[in-house]
Design a protein around this ligand. Structure first.
Ligand SMILES: Nc1ncnc2c1ncn2[C@@H]1O[C@H](COP(=O)(O)OP(=O)(O)OP(=O)(O)O)[C@@H](O)[C@H]1O
Length: 445
């Protein structure tokens, strides 16, 4: 393989062939170097307006990314600034995201009236991802954005984790000093402790996201994906962890999701694997090593069995899916459901001008202070008000207006007048909320 320094660091040396996909902060392209012996690659173009780390920091991190080498982590060849964009040149994974591949293959089987059972393929992807994640965790890092859109498949069935390090560069809300307490992520995959930011979080947040990813691959979309980000945050904090059955009831009759939903039988071992990852108390979640040794995945540690699974996914999935990044390929964007919009979270306790608590900052810059006052609301009140708010602000993404817009206090927005006679419900909701959040947030003033 060529050394990383040999990759050109000027955009004019690359030909962009076809768009692979569009994320919230970046577009990704299939590309080729314009050298005599041209090399294929993917180029992720991040608009610098959304990049808040300074370039020296990014350079150092890219250096680290280039040095990190694992068969299940996407290799980064080089990175450079081009006008107002940051270009990240990486390996290209021909089948794109694992979700895209599984869903495309499922559609093919369905069209041909053939049965297909994806559980073994999902377990294989899960196991490969765990190996990459173990490498990341063993190096003292947290990925922070594990989801099927960042788990990529190549034509031969290889699996690699993408976007390692990138989420840390994205636009952070709050001042530089707050940054250690700031987090950017996609709500549907975010662990409850990351949303609350009470006791901080560690690598076990990635294990939660991996559990959500297993659900996503199994069902075709992440739990709560149909809801706007703020509602996802509240449901994740309040409700029992999702599982393979829970969102069937939730989403029944939803036309948009009916297109995506997958109806398959799942083994009890797979169900229990998902449940193990999705424990709200992070201390109860297993480490990558424990998962690799668990009865659910143990057999895949055998090289011969792994090779067999790789061959099976190549034949039964990869071969049915068109390569991404070619002129004719369709864009491989993750479905743009509301809950897939990134949100950043800031702990605002140090800022005396604001009430204590966590601030959730949405991709469009709108903010919600999850703090408390004497008034409280029932869950339904909160949800109704969020819906209202969504409507007023243009819907799905709660696109609040321009810069300088005031942050929205959930309680301010959801305040229910005492004479509505709902005080008891409201108090109960706040008590539950305090309980769920460990009592530090949502403190009554
Ligand atoms: N190196 C690559 N090879 C093949 N496909 C890729 C590569 N990198 C990214 N993709 C695909 O390109 C699409 C866009 O990726 P991108 O990382 O910009 O957005 P995302 O992860 O879907 O969402 P966001 O980053 O906004 O949370 C995704 O479907 C992803 O799977």
């Amino acid at each position: 393989m060529s050394g990383p320094s040999e990759w050109p660091t000027d955009a004019s040396h690359y030909a962009l062939i076809g768009k692979i996909g569009q994320g919230a902060f970046a577009s990704v392209w299939g590309a080729r170097t314009k050298e005599e012996s041209s090399r294929d690659c993917a180029v992720k173009v991040l608009n610098l307006d959304h990049v808040d780390s300074n370039l020296a920091e990014i350079r150092l991190e890219v250096q680290a990314m280039r040095l990190s080498s694992h068969p299940n982590v996407l290799a980064c060849h080089t990175a450079f600034v081009q006008k107002t964009d940051l270009w990240l040149v990486t390996q290209i994974m021909r089948k794109g995201s694992s979700l895209h591949s599984l869903q495309s293959a499922r559609r093919r089987y369905r069209d041909e009236n053939k049965g297909c059972r994806m559980e073994d393929h999902i377990l294989y992807i899960f196991h490969e991802t765990l190996l990459g994640l173990k490498y990341i965790h063993d190096n003292g890092q947290i990925h922070r954005d594990i989801k099927a859109g960042n788990i990529l498949l190549d034509g031969n069935g290889d699996v690699r984790i993408a976007d390692f390090g990138v989420s840390g560069w994205l636009e952070q809300a709050g001042s530089k000093q707050d940054r250690a307490k700031t987090f950017v992520g996609t709500p549907c995959w975010m662990a409850p402790e990351v949303m609350e930011q009470i006791h901080g979080y560690d690598y076990r947040a990635d294990i939660w996201s991996l559990g959500i990813t297993a659900l996503e691959l199994a069902k075709g979309y992440a739990p709560y994906a149909k809801y706007p980000p703020m509602k996802v945050l509240i449901l994740t904090i309040q409700e029992d962890p999702p599982n393979l059955d829970s969102y069937d009831e939730e989403d029944e009759g939803d036309d948009a999701l009916d297109q995506l939903v997958v109806d398959e039988e799942w083994s009890s071992s797979f169900r229990s694997l998902v449940d193990t990852c999705l424990q709200k108390n992070p201390a109860r979640r297993p480490t990558t090593q424990e998962l690799l040794q668990s009865k659910h995945l143990n057999s895949l540690n055998d090289e011969a069995k792994r090779d067999k699974r790789r061959e099976a996914i190549r034949k039964e999935v990869c071969d049915l899916v068109q390569d991404v990044g070619t002129e004719s390929a369709e864009s491989n964007s993750a479905n743009q459901l509301p809950g897939n919009t990134p949100v950043s979270i800031v702990l605002s306790q140090q800022d005396e001008s604001r009430p204590q608590g966590t601030t959730w900052v949405f991709a469009d810059g709108s903010q919600v202070l999850a703090s408390s006052t004497n008034n409280a609301a029932t869950v339904d009140d909160v949800m109704n008000d969020l819906d209202q708010f969504g409507m007023q602000t243009g819907g799905e993404h709660y696109a609040r207006g321009a810069e300088g817009e005031e942050a929205i206090d959930i309680n301010e927005e959801c305040r229910v007048k005492e004479d509505d006679g709902e005080e008891d419900d409201l108090n109960k909701f706040m008590d539950d909320f305090e309980l769920n959040t460990g009592g530090e947030n949502f403190k009554r003033l």
